[in-house]
Structures are given as C-alpha cells and as structure tokens.
Design a protein around this ligand. Structure first.
Ligand code: FE
Length: 347
C-alpha cells in the first residue's frame, strides 16, 4: 500500500519536472507551507512580518500536535510541508522519529545562537521559544519557600492538595522524562506515586483549568506551564483577573538541576518543496522581531540571548536558571515516563 503511494508520488514529481523544466518551479517560488500545531497571535504576526520583509507568502496549515505529526507522516513524499512547527520537545522528538525533518546546513550560523541544549543534536529541529513547567500556588495559603523543587510535591505535606492534568499529556511526560534523566527511573517512579497520592482530584482539563481550581479552592498547588498563568495575569477578562490575583508561580527546580525547560520548536520538513523559503522562515523565527513577538504576545521566553521585550509578568518572575539537559532527552525518556505513569496509576 505505502509502496503504491510512493510510486504514484514519484511519477507525479517526475511529470512536474518535465513540465516545468526545473525543480524550483514545481510549487511556485513565492510561498512557504507551514504545518503547525500552534494557533497564536504571535505566530500570525511573525508570518505577516516575514511576508512583508521577503514577499514570500506563508500558507499556514494547523492541526493539533499528534494529528499534525500523523498527517505529515502519512502524506510522506506527497507532503507539501516546508516547515513543521510544534510544541514540547517530546513531540519534536516523535516528529523526528517519524521522519518529518531533514537537517538544514544552511541554518548552521543562525542556530549557533540557540542554546545547544534547546536544539536537536544533529540539527533536525530547534527551539525558537522556551517555556518552563512550574508550580502554581495559592498566594494566600502556600509559602513559596516550600515548593522550590518539584521533588517537594511528593511529600505527605501535600496530601489532597495538588491539581495536575492527565498523564497522557506531553507536558507531564516531558517533566517526568526530565526527572528520569536527573534521578533515575526508580526515583522518578516514587515521585510520580507521591504525586498520585497527593492529588486533590482525578486529573481533568488543561493547565489553565488547574490554575482556576486553585483560585476556587479545590487545590493549593498545580503543575503548569508558565505561559498559562502569564496569559491569565495579562487578561482583561474579570474572571481571568480574579483567578490570576489568587495564584502565583514558582519556577521550581527539577531535582536541583534548575528549571524544567522545554521549547516550541521548528524544523525543515523532509522533502520541503520550497526549501529556500523554508530556510528563510526558520531563520526569521530567530530574528529579534520574532523573538520579541513570542515574548510579548505568547508569554514565551526568547531563546536568543539579549533580545529585549516588554512583558511585566515575565520580568516579575525573574531570571530562569534552567536545567542544562538537552531537551531531546525528554523525548527519548518519554516511553519510560509513560510506563511509570501507568504503573503508579496516574490517569
Ligand atoms: Fe500549551
């Protein structure tokens, strides 16, 4: 079946070659096809700025993370994807394993400015924005000094007080994957068992729901990505503002290694029909303008050092001391993490 599809795609490409004379003309020189799991105003602004500067039209195809990977993988050589963008190193790792990327030697200079631990060791993908998974807490009943490290949350003191989403979510898989890397699988398993014992309720909803549950008193602490709270903090919606007022964030250490850092990442799609335009866009994601847009519009941390931006919430949380672990390890350990979640009964 897959052989037939490949053969058909190959002859279509050969036909196009014959008809147009040169490969660059196959899909038109003036566009780039971005397959993305993100749906943020920051990204729209970045694409618009890119088009304005280069004249290259950006075609955006959106799909949720795992569906996006599946779609590009299934399309195989017929895929029109030039750039693939998704969030969380665990997903980037899966995308890479599914053969979605190719290395782009043209990007070598630009990538030298991205911290080495936030990009794929062979250059198949790179982080263009960073996020930390932290501990949100009820400002009126939790002392942030007690939650400076994720390991503390497994203590009996937190019995019945923790909200966290389901283990089938990649953010939790990556967090546990990071702990496996830091402390080994056995310690990671007893930590996960401790969290299950301390849950205030069975996992439900996304990270924002955990924050709201703190505000309504269902739990005292929650494990969340930082930008969900930043979004509420900067919202003009009265309900969001009320929740944000009651909750603050500790950018906690992961077993003494520094913050659990993760990324939004991108890579050059294998077989990208508009390769040059793709490379130009990937480079643009690392430009000052783009980095500032991610910080100001999506509350993510720039990956390029020295980029200035206006975001009082991020400033208020202070500098992030991050775990130097290469985020690729989060994907490598994800399978082990999932087995641990299953064993300890983290739904
Ligand atoms: Fe998210």
């Amino acid at each position: 079946m897959s052989f037939t599809l490949r053969a058909a795609a190959f002859s279509a490409a050969a036909l196009a070659l014959t008809a147009c004379g040169e490969p660059a003309a196959q899909t038109g020189a003036g566009e780039v096809n971005v397959f993305t799991a993100r749906h943020y105003a920051s990204d729209d602004a970045v694409y618009a700025a890119f088009t304005e500067q280069t004249g290259i039209a950006v075609n955006v195809i959106e799909a949720p993370g795992d569906l996006l990977i599946e779609r590009v993988r299934t399309d195989g050589e017929r895929s029109q994807a030039d750039v693939v963008i998704t969030v969380d190193a665990g997903r980037l790792w899966r995308a890479e394993q599914a053969g979605l990327f190719q290395a782009a030697p043209e990007l070598q200079d630009a990538l030298a400015d991205v911290p080495e631990n936030l990009r794929h060791p062979e250059g198949d993908w790179f982080g263009f924005a960073a996020r930390v998974r932290g501990i949100a807490y009820a400002a009126d009943r939790v002392d942030p000094a007690d939650i400076q490290d994720f390991t503390a949350l497994a203590d009996e003191a937190w019995r019945g007080r923790i909200c966290v989403r389901s283990s089938n979510n990649v953010y939790n898989q990556s967090l546990l994957a990071g702990l496996i890397e830091a402390e080994g699988a056995e310690a990671a398993e007893s930590w996960a068992a401790g969290i299950v014992a301390n849950m205030a309720r069975p996992p439900q909803g996304g990270d924002t729901d955990q924050i709201r549950a703190i505000a309504t008193g269902q739990c005292d602490v929650a494990i969340v990505n930082h930008y969900y709270l930043a979004r509420l903090e900067r919202s003009q919606d009265p309900a969001d503002m009320e929740a944000a007022e009651a909750v603050d964030l500790v950018i906690a250490d992961l077993a003494g290694r520094g913050a659990h850092m993760n990324i939004s990442g991108a890579g050059l799609a294998a077989g990208a029909p508009n390769r040059d335009n793709a490379v130009a866009l990937l480079e643009f994601l690392l430009s000052d303008d783009a980095q500032r847009a991610f910080a100001e519009l999506t509350n993510e941390y720039p990956v390029i050092e020295g980029v200035t931006y206006d975001n009082a919430v991020l400033d208020g949380w202070g500098a992030v001391e991050a775990d130097p672990l290469n985020v690729n390890a989060l994907g490598e350990n994800a399978g082990e993490a999932q087995r641990i979640f299953d064993r300890v009964g983290w739904p």
